[in-house]
Design a protein around this ligand. Structure first.
Ligand SMILES: Cc1cc2nc3c(=O)[nH]c(=O)nc-3n(C[C@H](O)[C@H](O)[C@H](O)COP(=O)(O)O)c2cc1C
Length: 157
């Protein structure tokens, strides 16, 4: 656990969106990784943690931390022109972080992605539409399974 454990109550938010292809000059996965890296730097200052998944041009993001910070950052994210069709899927109060080790982990599909990781990402994309909490747990477990591998591209705090 990191230094962000002093808050007793956290919000955990899950949303989905799609990359705005009109605004993306680079390769989509490159844009996704840049967003995750910049987000990790911001989140470190706001005591936010979470994970950003990018598959088939779609984002699935989990953001957790102090409720006011989650709300404020999600408002900014909603206004960001780099993605469209932002849909809030789940917002819950929790007493512990699930992604406390990641300022913003990046699970992004690219041409180097192994079949196993691609399957894991697709499974989460499928799950998010039917069971948000299951999708959240699956994201955490995919991160755990990738944590020893350089493929994960995880941005650990
Ligand atoms: C898919 C996606 C995910 C993002 N995730 C975060 C995030 O976790 N934290 C964050 O601070 N900004 C995130 N951003 C960027 C925000 O939209 C915004 O650009 C950033 O917070 C800087 O805002 P500011 O310059 O007004 O402070 C994300 C943007 C996109 C498109």
């Amino acid at each position: 656990m990191n230094a962000y454990t002093s808050h007793k109550q956290f919000s955990r938010l899950l949303y989905t969106s799609a990359l705005n292809v009109d605004q993306s000059g680079e390769r989509p996965e490159q844009t996704a990784r840049q967003i995750a890296e910049a987000s990790a730097a911001h989140n470190r200052l706001s005591e936010l943690t979470g994970s950003l998944l990018f598959v088939d041009g779609h984002f699935i993001q989990i953001l957790e931390g102090p409720p006011d910070q989650v709300e404020e950052t999600f408002e900014k994210i909603c206004c960001d022109f780099r993605h469209v069709d932002v849909r809030l899927i789940d917002l819950v109060n929790v007493s512990e972080r699930l992604f406390g080790d990641w300022d913003m982990a990046c699970l992004c599909e690219d041409e180097e992605t192994s079949l196993a990781l691609r399957d894991g990402l697709q499974e989460i994309r499928f799950l998010v539409g039917i069971n948000a909490s299951q999708a959240t747990l699956q994201m955490r477990s995919l991160l755990d399974s990738q944590s020893d591998s350089s493929e994960a591209g995880n941005l650990a705090s």
